[in-house]
Design a protein around this ligand. Structure first.
Ligand SMILES: [Zn+2]
Length: 655
């Protein structure tokens, strides 16, 4: 009702398209979708705030007899319905889509009631390439509490469409509007039957009972603009040291600095009222901290500024955050937390630093323009901060515990440095290792990603580092980033980036130096069957990042009793002799680039032994007893030479 007065004045004299342009789209938006709330329970699990149903499981290991990912998922959910609070016959679930990743398949399910979809519901089951469920995310809604909500609409879809037209003040539409009956859980009235209407750039929900507008979402018209940015900063692209014409000079520009500006496309900008805005699917530039900072807009789509202008920092942030996000997508990963990530290009007054603010999920960059280069003028800083957003959203590294705190900081800071360096290295193959040169000017020692530092002896470095905190996670993180960049040199950007992102999904909430390296190696098993293990191991070994109690590289693994999880591998043949694998539910994996020769080995007490050889597996004198399991995975032949016993109740699996 509220805006009709303004409208009736204009509507007769202008076209329908312009009519909508005249109104600020945000005035029509109505956000009313109830959010799904979870808490961490006493066992450290993410559970629903109300029902305590499990919301996420990062440590799942579920095998089934099925082969298709969708079938595996359904048999999994059948087995675990109680844990997740699902209905016993699964009539509230349908597989909505299956997304393939390089490491396996992600099965997305939608929640249903009375055979009608419940809007904004999602259950992800990750099935790896071996058909094993390893991860779940439960975003189903607690709808039982609403009792039985009817499934018959009192309003037809045509009437609902008319209501939506009236709300938007549109008489006619180009293209077919789409309508669908759904259940919608609103903040004000709970679960209700609704018509979901996709109309132009709008998505409107109209109550199928009363005809009220429940929710009206986002009108975004994506368009490509153009901007000028540093890639990553003028010192690296000009390949010069700080000094001469390449100096801060109280924030002024000059022809030398201007010459380092690159013209780039700005993808998927929002156009509202014929004005281009730096708002896209992966980045929204905002004055979050309310310093009254001017966010640039453009009537042409061109955002051309020089470094002396405040607006330049917005363009830098939009381009580099958007590029960083697209890189993740290109590698087959994503998390919805990274959608429309808010970025404040001048969010920290008089602070020579930049932050990812986890509580509110946005990036914020410091500015002290007169004396120092602003943080958002150096893309090394922007990619680094985005690296933190990846950690928080894609992974779950957010629990700082006392013992691990500094190690975890080192892993996270080193990872953020890796992410920015991996972007820069192919562009400047001879000039990539020193970081944030422009931001540091000539009064900070920049961090590097090509050091030969070793953990733990260099963990508390004496070499100067501009960060004043002691002990210094940023400084110690150079061990981790340097090890990863060494792997990058061996495997290239794509594979290393993929392993890097996959490791985020694996390492849990408090990665330490050794456990992060372990997760990175495990990522290679998930993605590549461990074929890069020897190269990865060598880099980590050089930097002291291998936990010797967990990972052993040898050609002779003999006379051992293995009490817990351990990875043993050989970069040639592997002789295994006199080994007993005996721990409840432990898994020992033996890997060889060549053959594996097994002699006098016992697997007992529910343990699992996996033998994986690029060549043959030869076995003599081996017992698999007491509900244990042996998995033989040879690219060549499996040869039983003598005395091989698998006791009743134990299991043998030859792949
Ligand atoms: Zn950082």
């Amino acid at each position: 009702m509220k805006k009709i007065g303004i409208f009736t004045v204009c509507v007769l004299s202008i076209t329908i398209l312009n009519a909508q342009n005249l109104r600020e789209a945000s005035m029509l938006r109505k956000f009313n979708l109830k959010s799904i709330e979870s808490v961490i329970d006493e066992r450290g699990r993410k559970v629903d705030k109300e029902t305590k149903a499990l919301r996420m499981n990062q440590n799942e290991y579920f095998e089934s007899d099925e082969t298709e990912a969708s079938e595996i998922t359904l048999s999994y959910l059948q087995a675990k319905q109680d844990v997740y609070g699902l209905s016993s016959n699964l009539n509230d679930i349908k597989v909505a889509k299956i997304q393939k990743s390089p490491s396996g398949e992600y099965v997305y399910c939608q929640q249903y009631l009375n055979d009608i979809p419940v809007y904004a519901t999602n259950f992800i089951v990750y099935v790896n390439k071996e058909g094993i469920v390893k991860y779940t995310l439960n975003e189903f809604r607690n709808i039982d509490k609403y009792g039985n909500i009817g499934s018959k609409s009192s309003i037809t879809n045509n009437d609902a469409l008319k209501i939506a037209h009236k709300y938007l003040d549109i008489e006619d539409v180009n293209g077919e509007p789409k309508t669908e009956l759904v259940y919608f859980e609103s903040m004000d009235e709970g679960l209700e039957l609704a018509w979901k209407i996709d109309l132009r750039a709008w998505r409107i929900f109209v109550s199928a009972e009363t005809g009220r507008i429940i929710h009206a979402g986002d009108a975004r018209v994506p368009a490509t603009g153009s901007g000028k940015v540093f890639i990553p900063n003028p010192l690296v692209s000009a390949n010069v040291p700080y000094g001469g014409n390449y100096v801060h000079n109280y924030g002024a520009t000059n022809p030398y600095l201007d010459a380092e500006l690159k013209t780039v496309p700005l993808n998927d900008l929002t156009v509202e009222n014929s004005v281009y805005k730096l708002k896209g699917p992966y980045c929204v530039i905002e004055d979050v901290k309310l310093f009254g900072y001017n966010i640039p807009e453009s009537s042409t789509g061109n955002f051309y500024y020089t470094r002396d202008q405040d607006e330049f920092k917005s363009v830098m942030c939009y381009y580099h955050v958007d590029s960083s996000a697209r890189r993740i997508l290109e590698l087959g990963y994503w998390d919805s937390g990274l959608n429309s990530l808010r970025v404040d290009p001048q969010g920290e007054y008089a602070d020579r630093n930049a932050y990812y603010r986890d509580t509110y999920n946005y990036l914020s960059f410091g500015f002290e323009t007169y004396d120092y280069v602003d943080a958002a003028e150096d893309a090394d800083v922007i990619w680094h901060e985005y690296g933190h957003a990846i950690q928080w959203n894609l992974g779950s590294a957010n629990a700082e515990n006392y013992e691990n705190y500094i190690q975890m900081r080192a892993v996270l800071e080193g990872s953020a440095d890796y992410w920015s360096t991996s972007y820069k290295r192919p562009l400047y193959p001879n000039n990539w290792a020193a970081r944030t040169l422009w931001f540091c000017m000539d009064d900070y020692t920049p961090r590097r990603t090509d050091l030969n530092w070793i953990f733990p002896q260099d963990f508390f470095p004496t070499t100067p580092c501009h960060h004043i905190e002691q002990p210094c996670g940023h400084c110690a993180g150079q061990i981790w980033s340097s090890a990863l960049m060494k792997i990058w040199g061996d495997l290239g950007r794509d594979i290393t980036d993929q392993l890097f992102l996959e490791a985020h999904l694996i390492w849990g909430q408090s990665p330490a130096m050794w456990s992060a390296a372990d997760a990175f190696m495990r990522a290679d098993f998930h993605l590549y069957d461990g074929i890069h293990l020897c190269q990865i191991y060598d880099s980590f070994q050089k930097h002291g990042l291998i936990d010797p109690s967990q990972i052993v590289k040898t050609t002779n693994f003999t006379n051992e009793t293995v009490p817990f999880k351990k990875l043993v591998f050989s970069c040639s043949d592997l002789n295994v002799q006199g080994v007993t694998v005996t721990s409840y539910y432990a898994t020992l994996t033996l890997n060889a680039v060549g053959d594996i020769n097994v002699q006098n080995v016992t697997v007992t007490n529910n343990a699992t032994l996996i033998l994986k050889a690029a060549g043959n597996i030869d076995i003599q004198d081996m017992d698999v007893i007491n509900n244990s399991k042996l998995i033989l995975d040879a690219a060549g032949e499996v040869n039983i030479i003598r005395n091989f016993e698998v006791e009743l109740g134990s299991e043998l699996d030859i792949r």
